[in-house]
Design a protein around this ligand. Structure first.
Ligand SMILES: *Cc1c(COP(=O)(O)O)cnc(C)c1O
Length: 501
């Protein structure tokens, strides 16, 4: 299999090359030249497998330049009980007769980002060996909160790599911030950026696209790469858990052959739901992919109208990891549904850059509507959903997953579609403890308490243990205090790397 740029102006590459590069030099995202397809016999074969075996099988369809031993080494180094606190890696929990929650946050940093960022360093390491890479790889990350920590944890002390994370100064939760500024490791650097996530992400994208800056690094035996979901190596491992969830439902005889499922995903950068789309294109019988947004509901509008318009207010919400107006991975979706029309994609992305807005054609919009359904959830509804699900089901949702549950309820109310549904749960409720506590507890109890005291209160009152990745964070030493502005990011990087600046 080869990989193509969604803008069509770069040559086809192997998976090892695209994992190393992260983003295509023409500004596009790398996409597989075809989507491998699974049929009934593949599903029957994979049903009795465990998560690791399923992962190896699915990755092998895409990483055709890797040996099966290399793939198994990556998979087993990432998905084990040292790193994940649940043997099944991504367990399904029943919420209702036809609704299952897939908990994707049993990794070391308590968000679904671990599902990909635990394995990406091994995929990169194997890719570097395979391509006889001599340079050091510098991973550049813009984070809305969860990717940063997951990437730092995944790449810390990985030989031949360094990692630099930029997070929006006022755009992450207290716990997310502490997770990052206390990060240990000899090859890790963290800086806050003034502004919101889009400012940080645009800053990083500009650096990738700056030839002068890149050649300066190259002459120092360094190369940039990305651990954001623009990197194919980040997206690919996410396809696995959707296929696995489907197999699990089959194995438990909750669905029959050919019976379709819905998948609900709380969405920000469109990476996670795009992985579900790929799972569908591979053959998992999906009825609707339900795209759930918070009050930054640009994707709801886009899926409904075909117009993507960033000229709107950026809102800070209870679900900060979804506070995004520029969803990078839409570019891959559009490339797929236009059947690889790189010219159209380039035009729309140029419009987005110049005017902050683009409109897709009718046919593309209709095709999108065949696969996707979208709605959004207000701030008030987010807290109400957490409260109601906790009261009626004794299940504690985080704020992002609550957005998904709320939007699923709206979908069901509108369509009465009672097909089996999987809701992707993207974070542990403890990661967003103060909002979750606010939803289920009287305000007096929480008055004047800081985020870390609230963690304890939440744990006591629900009887759920604080996950080990979050416990005692406030007692750790603060190691990273740099604050920078979007136009000083290059300089900050050079300083971090010891290249002056
Ligand atoms: C990153 C994140 C999301 C959004 O996922 P995308 O792949 O960016 O759409 C949702 N919830 C949580 C908790 C996240 O960390």
């Amino acid at each position: 299999m080869e990989y193509l740029s969604s803008r069509g102006k770069y040559s086809a590459l192997s998976s090892a090359e695209v994992i190393k590069m992260g983003i295509s030099p023409d500004g596009g995202l790398f996409v597989p030249d075809h989507i491998p397809s699974l049929d009934r016999s593949d599903f029957v074969l994979m049903e009795p497998m465990n998560y690791q075996e399923r992962a190896s099988k699915i990755l092998s369809y895409y990483l055709t330049d890797f040996t099966i031993e290399e793939i198994e080494w990556c998979v087993n180094s990432a998905y084990n009980t040292v790193k994940f606190d649940d043997r099944s890696v991504a367990p399904l929990v029943k919420l209702d007769d036809n609704v299952y929650i897939q908990e994707l946050w049993h990794g070391p940093t308590c968000a679904f980002k671990d599902m990909a960022l635990q394995i990406l360093p091994f995929l990169l390491n194997a890719s570097m060996t395979k391509t006889e890479e001599k340079s050091e790889i510098v991973i550049l990350v813009a984070t809305s909160g969860d990717t940063g920590k997951a990437a730092l944890e995944g790449f810390r002390d990985v030989a031949g790599t360094r990692i630099i994370v930029f997070y929006p100064e006022d755009g992450v939760s207290e716990i997310q911030k502490y997770q990052m500024i206390t990060q240990e490791g000899a090859n890790v650097y963290v800086a806050a950026v003034e502004g919101n996530f889009d400012n940080a992400q645009s800053g990083v994208k500009n650096i990738f696209g700056n030839p002068k800056f890149n050649s300066q690094l190259n002459s120092n035996q360094m190369k940039l790469s990305s651990a954001n979901s623009i990197n194919w190596g980040r997206l690919l491992p996410q396809i696995v858990y959707y296929v696995s969830a489907y197999l699990e439902l089959r194995a438990k005889e909750k669905i029959k052959d050919e019976e379709k499922i819905n998948i609900v995903v709380p969405t920000g950068n469109f990476g996670n739901i795009l992985a579900a789309y790929y799972a569908g294109r591979m053959g998992v019988p999906i009825n609707k992919l339900i795209c759930a947004s918070n009050s930054n509901n640009i994707l709801t509008d886009f899926i409904r109208t075909g117009i993507y318009d960033t000229n709107r207010e950026f809102k800070k919400t209870y679900s900060p990891s979804m506070d995004i107006l520029i969803s990078s991975n839409l570019e891959r979706l559009l490339y797929e549904i236009t059947e690889h029309d790189a010219e159209k994609i380039s035009y729309w992305m140029q419009e987005l850059k110049d005017k902050g807005r683009y409109a897709i054609d009718n046919q593309t919009h209709q095709r999108m509507g065949a696969s996707f359904w979208a709605d959004s959830c207000s701030e008030k509804e987010t807290l109400e959903t957490i409260e109601k699900v906790y009261r009626t089901k004794k299940y504690l949702l985080d704020t992002h997953t609550a957005v998904a549950v709320n939007v699923y309820n709206k979908y069901y109310a509108e369509t009465k579609d009672d097909e089996m549904t999987i809701i992707a749960s993207t974070a542990s409720p403890f990661k967003f403890a103060s909002s979750v506590a606010k939803a289920i507890m009287p305000a007096e109890i929480l008055q004047g308490k800081n985020e870390f005291e609230i963690l304890e209160i939440l744990s006591k009152s629900t009887g759920i243990d604080i996950p080990r990745g979050i416990k005692n964070l406030d007692k750790k030493e603060i190691k990273h205090q740099t604050v920078t502005s979007p136009d000083q990011m290059e300089k900050t990087i050079l300083t971090f790397l010891g290249l002056g600046g």
